[in-house]
Structure formats: C-alpha cells, structure tokens
Design a protein around this ligand. Sequence first.
Ligand SMILES: [Zn+2]
Length: 423
Amino acid sequence: MTVHAPATLVEPTRIDEDLAQLASLIDDTTPGYTRQALTDIDIAGRQWVLRRFRDAGLDSRIDAAGNVIGILPGTNPAAGTLMTGSHTDTVEGGGRFDGNVGVVAALEAVRTLRETGTTLTHDLMVVDFFAEEPNRFGLSCLGSRALMGHLSAADLNRRDEHGTRLGDALPGAGLNAVDMLSAAVETGTIRAFLELHIEQGPYLEAHGSQIGLVTSITGITRFRGLFSGRRDHAGTTPMSHRRDAGCAAAGTVLAIEAIASSHPDGRGTTGAVTFSPTAVNVITETATLTGEFRSPDLDWLADAASQLDVAAQAQASQRGVELQLDWVPSESPALMDTSLLDICAGATEDLGLHQSRLYSGAEHDAAIIAKHIPTAMIFIPSQDGRSHCPEEFTHAAEIVDGATVLLNALIRIDKAATAGRAR
Ligand SMILES: [Zn+2]
C-alpha cells in the first residue's frame, strides 16, 4: 500500500489473530467453518466478540435481537451515531472470512482510533449482527431487521420443516420473540452505516482492484411451485398418456436457467426439487420446486417473474399437470448512498489503492439498513471468486487494505457529517 496522504493505519497482526480465534470457534463435527445462528457455538462466538469489544474499551452489550453492540463515545453526544460492522454467523460448511472480516476490521478501527488519540465527534457503534445468513426458517438478516424495526410478528411465525416456529427457537439462543420485536433503535440518530465485506465473486480479482465500492445490492424474488399430475404405471402408460409432474418441474428448472441467462445481470437458481412417489416404476404424481431470481434491476425482476409464470404454466399444461406457483415477498434492490461512496473513493485513492465500482449479487445486512440509513459497502477480493465454501480466501494484506479504507472513511464521514451540520 503506497499512502499518498496522511492516513491512520491499522495493526495487521491483531486482525490476523482475531480472525484465527474466530476460525477456531466452530462446529468441528462439520467440514469447513460452521458457526450457524441459533446454535451453541454461535452463542460462544458472540460471547467472544463481546469480550473483544470490552477489551477494546467499547461500552458493550448483546441487545434483545442478539446483536453484539459496542459504542465508542464521540465528543458531541448530540451529533448522533456512525455505525459499522458485519456478522460472524456462517452458512454450514462455509468459509472464515465472510462477515468475520467486517466485524474484526470494525473492532480494529476502534483500537486504532483509541491508540492514536483520534477522537470522533459522533458516537461510533460497532455491531456484530445476529443471524445474517439464511437459516432453516428461510429468513436472513434477523438482527439487522430487528434493529431497523423491520421484523414482524409474521416473520417470527415462520416455521422450519419440522413445524417449529422461529419465535419458539429463539429461547435456545437466549432470546425471546417479544423483546426481539421491540429491539429497534431510533434510526434517525444514525447518520451513516459502513460495512466492509469480502466480494464473494470474481470481479475485483479480474479487474486488479484492491477495493470495490458497492453501488447497489441485488434484489431477490423467490418462488415455490407445486406440480400435481397423475400417478400411473411406468411400464404400461404410453408417453402420450402421461401426466408426469416430475417432467413439468424439470422443464421449469431449465426455464429458470434460460430466463436468467437472457440478461447480463440476471441470476436464476433452483433450490430444492422433490418428486413423489420416488419409485422408479411409478410416474411422478407431485413435484415441488423452489427457486429465485436476483438482479440489481427491479424491472427485470418483475419481467423474469412473469416470464417464469408463463413458462412453468406451459410446462404443466402441455402435460395435463396442475400448477400452483407462489411468490414470496421480494427484496427490492438496495441503493448505496452516493455521498458516502464518494468519501470511500477519496479514502481509497489517497491510500494508493486501485478501486472498482460494482453491484453486490449477495445479500447483506447493509441491504436492510440502507432502507433506513445512508449506507455504503466496501468490498475486498475473494480468491477465484469462491465463497460459502471452506476454500474461501482473502490475503491478509488485502484485509488490511480494506480495514484501512474502512477506518479512514469513517474518520472522513465523521468530519463531513460534522461540517454538514455546522453549515
Ligand atoms: Zn456475509
């Protein structure tokens, strides 16, 4: 890193050590790095983060939504708060950088501010958000939703495949539904949110950029299809007489791929497909299918949904199969704040780092928060674009670059917000 202007520098060995400690707090019965929300190992991880926040001199607690929160007081209590952080829960068999990097870098920013005697006007709120990754209840970003007042009783009534309500699973993590629904903060007092995260894709590496500035976070629309055909003998029923629900579902899987491939920023994925019965000598009577489309383009998402309605219906009706296609309420794309992005760009440039602007195809807490608070995200490269797997890797030097940009951007946002109010 060639520093072009005076900058505050983080301590690389502390970042390494924190990441190594978190990487050791995992469910070792599963390959890769697993610390899923609502498990004992996640509780242990959050307690470790809480101790680390306290060691760094933050006024720290775990809130009613399970978020680990640390506050570094600013010089003017009336100025409001700047917020930074990410998550430390993982997918099953995931990597050790996703989310962890943003929490550890935020913590290192605080340590550096204190050691260098750098004071901020605003309070700095560092957060390890609870349950960012999708869970068995099909709802991600639980902690940030609750903090933003974005979590509903209906959300907590969601059930897993065994019929357990999300609200009833919370006590296992030391939480409860009533308190979680009242965990919202006064969002008007939070002036900005900044999240550092690994890219989880190949863009930065391909463009030789150390830093990515996220312009928007993808929108997502998800669906569930139920195909109802007729059970018949596999040997005696001619092909022309079949009502094969499995074939209708299979045709729909390929339609999802074709629709998404028609747009450069379109993504379409099939989740689970089930056939019943599964006997090889019986024609499939019912098939279920889950899938999603993602894009930063809201119009395309709507268009993709209507294309799939038509395609799935055609797959069903040409086989005499009934179709019920249900759409889950979608997340619209989240736009990042352009003033914050410009401040991050200035900090990156002055540190002599190469930057690109890109959109995020992955969901993040920042997408929930951006709907209430000016928000920006800083990405650092992922080797070979791999993520949500044990091979997920980002070089230590790249993490240090990201943490340094985060720290210096926070200092600049503090100054800009203070000056903005003085005018
Ligand atoms: Zn993440």
